[in-house]
Design a protein around this ligand. Structure first.
Ligand SMILES: NC(=O)C1=CN([C@@H]2O[C@H](COP(=O)(O)OP(=O)(O)OC[C@H]3O[C@@H](n4cnc5c(N)ncnc54)[C@H](OP(=O)(O)O)[C@@H]3O)[C@@H](O)[C@H]2O)C=CC1
Ligand SMILES: O=C([O-])CC(=O)C(=O)O
Length: 267
């Protein structure tokens, strides 16, 4: 049985914990959350058959088989980097954080020093296997179009581009490189960053972001061309009720990745 520590217990964390309870090969033994939400999370987990311990940091003597991050960019600095240094393998869902200059290299160096590895999860997007395989042969162009309900862009620079409450048509709120997209829209940068890391990098991956008052889904479209040929993919993700900015597929991606580490046959 794999012993897992999870960082963060919000929309993705709770969703994943509910599904993982049914897997006899996995045990989420502890969740790490900020100090001020410790009690609330303990209450949320009270109904679980095997409620994980709620902690604010990984104890010095803890040695989980895997640490899975479902928390946010700050948690990578606070928890993932030190865990890698200690030799604990880490799975990361806040891939957008790796758009920060130098962070990917620091994570890689920490994992090398710890003799372990860090795995970036596909989360809300699919086709990462095909894109990163295509990269081996050489990619010419990658375009990512992210379309979300207008309300999902509240609290972002999209508010300066249009009136999100009154637009009647789908409106392009950003067009540029994945690097610019990540700096302007850090909380929506996970898919763009994942595609960039798998493919052409942050500067050569083109991004278009759309606020769509008629959409109730997070729609991710990817087009790629290269020596392999080409592919076009549209993924229409249902948002999680607990956090509409996050697609439900992200929860399933976490559960799949953990299962793949525990089961004898994986795909
Ligand atoms: N790769 C992908 O495709 C996707 C990635 N994501 C990323 O996944 C992450 C989680 O998303 P989601 O669950 O929807 O977000 P939520 O806001 O619902 O949950 C985040 C949880 O992490 C906790 N947390 C925040 N900072 C820290 C920290 N430093 N240490 C420990 N716990 C912390 C929060 O606690 P508190 O409530 O106290 O702040 C909360 O419990 C986000 O970074 C998001 O950007 C999301 C969607 C897709
Ligand atoms: O659809 C999602 O879950 C999240 C998303 O677009 C992103 O963070 O890039």
């Amino acid at each position: 049985m794999l012993n897992i520590t999870m960082i963060g217990c919000g929309a993705i964390g709770i969703g994943a914990l509910e599904l993982l309870e049914k897997d006899p090969d996995l045990c989420v033994d502890a969740v790490i959350v900020p100090e001020n939400s410790e009690e609330l999370v303990r209450q949320r987990l009270a109904g679980f058959v095997r409620p994980p311990r709620v902690l604010t940091a990984l104890p010095a003597d803890a040695r989980p088989d895997l640490l899975v991050e479902c928390a946010g960019h700050r948690a990578i600095e606070e928890h993932v980097l030190p865990a890698l240094e200690r030799g604990i393998p880490c799975l990361v869902v806040s891939v957008g954080a790796l758009s920060e200059l130098g962070l990917a290299e620091r994570l890689e160096a920490a994992a090398r020093r710890g003799g372990t590895y860090i795995e970036l999860l596909p989360g809300a997007i699919g086709g990462i296997d095909a894109l990163s395989a295509a990269k081996v042969g050489g990619l010419d162009a990658v375009l990512y179009v992210g379309r979300k309900p207008a309300s999902a862009w509240k609290g972002t620079p999209a508010e300066q581009v249009c009136d999100l409450d009154s637009i009647s048509e789908a409106t392009v709120i950003f067009q540029g490189s994945a690097r610019e997209a990540a700096s302007l829209y850090p909380k929506n940068a996970n898919v763009a960053a994942t595609l960039s890391l798998a493919g052409l990098g942050l500067d050569r991956t083109e991004v278009q972001l759309i606020a769509d008052p008629h959409s109730s889904e997070n729609v991710h479209r990817v087009e790629a061309r290269g020596a392999f040929g080409g592919f076009e993919m549209t993924l229409r993700g249902k948002p999680l009720a607990a956090n509409p900015k996050t697609s439900a597929l992200t929860v399933y991606s976490v559960v799949r990745a953990l299962g793949n580490h525990a089961h004898s046959l994986s795909i």
